[in-house]
Design a protein around this ligand. Structure first.
Ligand code: GAP
Length: 441
């Protein structure tokens, strides 16, 4: 099966079928911001649900959280983001293009010439990636606050609240999905690097003596997760950070990388953050962030094992993995999205062969019954072959066709998206037949 070679075709399919649109498109768009359309929002919700189920429902010792995007500004001093969440930036004095200094070709760094127009480049300066805004009605007295650049800090500052209220004992985790914002200097590659995105983060609090073991465990668990959402293990690899790559908070770190059309690129970070975060927040807030083990009475600051995945990047990886232009026996080509049924935006399409002769009424009845169980789509317009193709592009695993035989034998034709095989299934068994394939796969 040929893999997607560039994002171009995906961008075009996304626009054509309603997965992803440029934000504010009618005004010419806004750079590196995207909207998820009717199919995209379902796909992304399914990605989030798969992650949430895998990270909370499967474990008794992981609880959820939904922290505010706006946090006390001191949070970002304690975390190191005010002082250190920067990229080195250079501007071209002539064409005004901005570059991350570390992305510039060596020759341009030496010559100080713009790679775009040959103009003179400015000296490098550190550019903070956090978006600032004001809280309060009067601008002069309002305080500067930030749109959170990661969801993790909301979890760290709530550690004592969760310990006090949830009866969790170490080792335990807190999971959260939410928006994050970064004023990236070089965003791009469709939804790979955007300025507004969603993260799916889980912080696991452990006894420092067990941190290395838990780090290994979470690497294995996260690897297994990608398998469950249909990512081919051959397209996934783990890259260990060397000492010069490690973030200021990390003792050990691996990037989970996916083989995107742009090459191997980060999907998720798994970090041993040690006791950095809780100690910083204890110092800056003056609050006790340590933990007393109820069995041993030992008091310590827990270490944190972090799994930090990008929701948009996971959705992008899922789309890349699913995309195929398949040449059929008759030489025609169909574009098909082989989504895992669990993630498919539409699970079942209901297609009466024609509107007449009672087929529309029967198809509507079947649709109304099935929609209580699955996200279904009803389509009665156009040739059946064209309707199948539309559903292939949407990644719908099953199409149910109601024809004149249905009126006689009370059975429908179910077409499988991937094999294109068609079989007859009695209407009375249809819901169970579909559930077995969609919900338990
Ligand atoms: N709390 C740790 C943390 O935020 P990170 O490596 O900076 O770590 C985690 O980010 C994940 O968030 C990345 O692996 C990526 O999937 C996603 N991410 C980061 N910046 C992004 C951006 N500008 N656009 C889309 N996703 C992004």
């Amino acid at each position: 099966m040929a893999r997607l070679e560039s994002f171009e075709k995906l961008v075009s399919l996304s626009k054509r079928r309603g997965f992803v649109f440029q934000s504010s498109e009618i005004y010419g768009g806004i750079n590196a911001c995207y909207d998820y359309g009717p199919l995209g929002v379902e796909l992304k919700r399914n990605v989030k649900q798969a992650w949430w189920n895998a990270m909370t429902r499967e474990y008794d010792n992981i609880v959820g959280l939904d922290a505010a995007i706006l946090m006390h500004p001191k949070v970002w001093e304690a975390s190191g983001h005010v002082g250190g969440f920067t990229d080195p930036l250079v501007d071209c004095k002539k064409c005004k293009t901005r570059f991350r200094e570390d992305n510039l070709p060596e020759a341009n760094m030496t010559s100080k010439e713009c790679p775009e127009c040959g103009g003179e480049l400015t000296e490098s300066r550190q550019f903070n990636l956090m978006f600032k805004t004001q809280m309060g009605a009067v601008e002069d007295t309002a305080s500067t606050i930030y749109l959170r650049p990661e969801t993790a800090q909301g979890i760290f500052v709530n550690f004592p609240n969760v310990v006090d209220t949830s009866r969790q004992q170490i080792p335990f985790g807190i999971a959260q999905i939410g928006k994050a914002f970064r004023n990236e200097i070089t965003p791009g590659n469709f939804i790979f690097r955007t300025r507004e995105f969603e993260q799916m983060e889980m912080q696991f609090f452990v006894n420092p003596d067990q941190a290395d073991e838990w780090f290994e465990t979470w690497m294995e668990r996260r690897k297994a997760f990608y398998d469950t959402i249909g990512i081919n293990p051959d397209n996934l690899r783990f890259h260990e950070h060397g000492p010069d790559e490690l973030a200021h908070y990390a003792r050990a770190a691996f990037d989970v990388e996916y083989k995107f059309p742009i090459g191997w690129s980060e999907l998720e970070g798994i970090h041993n953050r040690a006791d950095f975060d809780l100690k910083q927040h204890a110092e800056f807030s003056g609050k006790n962030m340590s933990y007393r083990d109820p069995q041993t009475n030992q008091v310590y600051t827990p270490f944190i094992i972090e799994t930090s995945a990008g929701c948009d990047r996971t959705t992008l990886a899922v789309m890349c993995e699913a995309y195929e232009e398949e040449t059929l026996e008759d030489g025609s080509v169909r574009t098909v999205m082989h989504f895992h049924p669990k993630l498919a935006p539409i699970k079942v399409a209901i297609l009466p062969l024609v509107k007449k002769g009672g087929l529309k009424e029967l198809a509507t009845e079947i649709k109304d019954d099935l929609k209580r169980h699955f996200n279904v789509f009803y389509d009665e317009k156009g040739a059946i072959g064209r309707r199948y193709r539309r559903m292939d592009e949407a990644g719908t695993p099953y199409c149910v066709t109601i024809d004149f035989d249905t009126l006689e034998d009370n059975a429908v034709t179910v077409r499988d998206r991937d094999s294109m095989d068609q079989i007859r299934v009695p209407i009375a068994e249809l819901q169970a037949w579909l559930a077995e394939r969609i919900l338990t796969s």
